[in-house]
Design a protein around this ligand. Structure first.
Ligand code: ZN
Length: 137
């Protein structure tokens, strides 16, 4: 039975490196026109710092794995994006590094095509053919 309890402890969320903090984050619930709305509160600085760190790590892993294991790289990008949403962390420059349609990491020449058209940078995802336009600076 000892072995059984060990495997169970391995499945705990905190063992996976995910911080589970429900009591520490103040979330206010109030009723507004019969709808329950949750006010988004700013996460503490230290939580945002950890989130930023994890996002950077996940993007690096995705870039490493894109050739060998594209599905896993996709998963890394999805996780990074979810962390960013949950902890109100902006992705900054990294938001151009992945396809918002299929979550493939965009590496010029490997998974994306970069062209300049009408004074704009056009980044095309080679997996789903979606094009993104950014102003040229
Ligand atoms: Zn795509």
């Amino acid at each position: 039975m000892r072995g059984c309890s060990l495997t169970w402890s391995g499945l705990q969320p905190w063992a996976l490196g995910i911080r589970v903090q429900i009591t520490a984050t103040p979330s206010f619930l109030f009723k507004n026109q019969n709808k329950i709305m949750r006010v988004r509160t700013k996460r503490p600085e230290w939580q945002q710092d950890i989130a930023k760190e994890r996002i950077a790590i996940l993007f690096n892993l995705a870039k490493k794995d894109i050739i060998k294991n594209p599905e896993r790289a996709k998963r890394y990008v999805e996780l990074a994006r979810k962390i960013g949403l949950r902890y109100n962390v902006r992705l900054g420059k990294a938001k151009r590094d992945f396809c918002k349609n299929c979550f493939t990491i965009l590496l010029p020449g490997i998974t994306s095509q970069v062209r300049v058209d009408k004074g704009e940078i056009v980044i095309k995802c080679l997996k789903c053919q979606k094009k993104y336009r950014y102003p040229y600076k």
